[in-house]
Design a protein around this ligand. Sequence first.
Ligand SMILES: Cc1cc2nc3c(=O)[nH]c(=O)nc-3n(C[C@H](O)[C@H](O)[C@H](O)COP(=O)(O)OP(=O)(O)OC[C@H]3O[C@@H](n4cnc5c(N)ncnc54)[C@H](O)[C@@H]3O)c2cc1C
Length: 300
Amino acid sequence: MNRIESLALARGLRERYPLAPYTTWRIGGPARWFAEPEADELLPLLRAAREDGVRVHVLGRGSNVLVDSAGVDGLVIVTRNSLVRLERDGDRIVADAGVSLPRLAKFAAAEGFRGFEFLVGIPGTVGGAVVINAGLTVYRPRATAAVLEDVEAIDAQLVPVVRTAAEIAPGYRSTNLLGSGACVVRARFRLEEAGDPEEIHRATLEHLAERKRKQPLDRFTAGSTFKQPEGGRPAGWYIEEAGLKGTYENGARVSPKHANWIENRGDATSADVRRLMDRIVETVHARFGVTLEPEVRFVS
Ligand SMILES: Cc1cc2nc3c(=O)[nH]c(=O)nc-3n(C[C@H](O)[C@H](O)[C@H](O)COP(=O)(O)OP(=O)(O)OC[C@H]3O[C@@H](n4cnc5c(N)ncnc54)[C@H](O)[C@@H]3O)c2cc1C
């Protein structure tokens, strides 16, 4: 028996476990191995995977990924249910990687601090938001790095490290943690702008109402499919002007409400979404000479 199999017996690891329920697109076949470890179980698990030569994928809320419908041949670690500690430490908030962003935003507001409102409508986790530098480019532009103090992670060499916000080189939907093989364990955020909880609550509700008006929040999606092209118009503008709103590939459809969002109409596969994305990229490029880049990450 290899290491990961003995851990499976000892710690309730699951085998061939369906991933679709762990993504907001509701797309994804089974993971060869699946785990929801506590913080102290992470390192032994990662070591076992390394020794066995098993690839590791970390998922938070699965709200920015397209998981292959054929499944994932590796270990998928999901943080959203087991890494969920959230507390105030003086003028900082300490949040485990699996803490949801709406929960973090509401916590900061309840403590009487502004600056986290932009996170309330983003359905991801702290880990996902930190590595992607999630945020807003419209309404009130702001990204996760603006409130991040530092992040605790296990790096690709399986060494526990602490990195400041500047050290992870945050950019537009990127940091040097993304795709590096590092696993975020928790992050610390700065409480800087004191504010009236009532007022913050009102601003938050306004922001959510604005999102509801413009975004298909009642559908299975992964938010924006493509990044905003540099210096140009928003990605959704190009897709809409290219006449692609509402077009589909089997169960995957360009949202009639917001052209940069792709909806799963119920039975979409990852191949349907990929085909639709390819069609969008080709059509927009042919029409405007603009190359759209995926914001969502592919997991296979
Ligand atoms: C309705 C909706 C609205 C959205 N609105 C926005 C928005 O306004 N702004 C925005 O930026 N995004 C938005 N998104 C996309 C998404 O919610 C964010 O990008 C979010 O930060 C992703 O977090 P997650 O936990 O779901 O990450 P996942 O989708 O699970 O993972 C995304 C990437 O992060 C990595 N990752 C996740 N957790 C960890 C960890 N602990 N350690 C290391 N790597 C990790 C994964 O390996 C993967 O590469 C939206 C999505 C939806 C469905």
